[in-house]
Design a protein around this ligand. Structure first.
Ligand code: TXA
Ligand code: MG
Length: 330
């Protein structure tokens, strides 16, 4: 078993079937680190109750600081054992779970998610994923599994087992080989700490869907002007090696081009490489392709990735958020 990134681990490839998932659950229970598919991105899981496993997880990712982690649970009972659900939190859970929504709520005094996983906060981030492999794994584990995206800190989030292995092969205990993820961007994070829900991170559930349920606009946790409560919401969190140039109307010679929709930008013929997020202009398809296309364009060796304008509604809000972070100065 691997406890520090300096220890070579023989990273197991587990099939997404009963035997593979059983293996994954027992490795987690033994304090191991196991990457697994969720509907958003691959998560790097550890037993959320186990401070040593969580410390090993931070070390494996090379995280510069101890950001609070999302605890993944199989059902509502497990969620309520960890967090205090105000009526509005219950409504959001009922409407969007299982699915790509994380709720940050006050922790239960006798909750089991350890201090380190919560970065010492009195709140806990909870999510019930909908991916069948994740659901089976969580049911089998029977404890909250904390899981950040299964990439090295500062790298692009993984949407396939191959992406996970590109960053973490030899560092983690195992990967459940569950194919490509469907949503492609991480969960939407909403905090419900003192009544009014606020959006900490746009993601796989569009803001509009949450606002329709609440019947009012969602406050934004990032507009508060103070330290963001979600440290993962910091800029420069999704960095390709190439610089990223947003709102590109013209592709410059030698740039890699990230496209959206059917109208080709000027200069496309001199691009070093190009990928279209969705030729038909579908934002859900674009979200699913975002990180994979960024990785592919980065691998082309171009020093700049030009990104055409992308609509900012629906899943476009999460896509543009991740692109702004990829483009941030670092
Ligand atoms: O879709 C996802 O959310 C994926 C999959 C694996 O579930 N996970 C993911 O985890 O994106 P990560 O660690 O990359 O991002 C988790 C975010 C961080 O920004 C963290 O600060 C925030 O959740 N978070 C977790 N608990 C929190 C808390 N108690 N208060 C504020 N923010 C919290
Ligand atoms: Mg991440």
């Amino acid at each position: 078993m691997n406890m520090t990134p300096s220890t070579q681990a023989d990273t197991g490839r587990l099939a997404p079937d009963e035997a593979g998932i059983a293996q994954a659950a027992s490795r987690l229970a033994a304090g191991g680190l196991v990457a697994f598919p969720t509907e958003t991105v691959y998560g790097l899981g550890a037993d959320g109750r186990d401070g040593r496993a969580v410390a090993a997880l931070y070390a494996a990712k090379g995280r510069p600081s101890f950001n609070p982690l999302i605890a993944h649970v199989a059902g509502m009972d497990a969620a309520r054992a960890e967090g205090v659900f105000a009526p509005v939190a219950m409504r959001l859970a009922e409407a969007f779970w299982p699915g790509p929504l994380t709720l940050v709520v006050p922790r239960q005094a006798d909750g089991t998610v350890c201090d380190l996983a919560r970065a010492g906060l009195d709140s806990v981030g909870l999510r019930m994923p909908s991916h069948p492999v994740a659901r089976d794994l969580l049911r089998r584990a029977g404890f909250p599994v904390v899981a950040p995206s299964a990439n090295l800190s500062g790298r692009i989030s993984p949407t396939s087992p191959e992406d996970v292995l590109a960053d973490l092969d030899g560092i983690i205990d195992a990967v459940v080989m569950g194919g490509r993820t469907e949503v492609g961007v991480e969960s939407t994070i909403v905090a419900i700490l003192d009544g009014e829900p606020s959006l900490l991170r746009p993601g796989g559930v569009p803001r509009e869907a949450i606002e329709a349920l609440l019947g009012r606009p969602l406050a934004s946790g990032r507009d508060a002007g103070e330290t963001p409560i979600a440290p993962g919401a910091l800029l420069s969190h999704y960095a390709p090696r190439a610089t990223v140039r947003l709102e590109a109307k013209v592709i410059r010679p030698g740039e890699a081009a990230l496209l959206f929709g059917s109208v080709p930008p000027a200069g496309l013929e001199v691009a070093a490489a190009s990928r279209d997020l969705s030729p038909g202009g579908d934002l859900a398809e674009a979200a699913a392709n975002l990180f994979g296309h960024l990785r592919a364009l980065d691998a082309s060796g171009a020093t700049s990735i030009a990104v055409v304008p992308i609509p900012d509604h629906g899943l476009g809000e999460a896509i543009n958020d991740r692109l702004r972070r990829a483009a941030a100065e670092r």
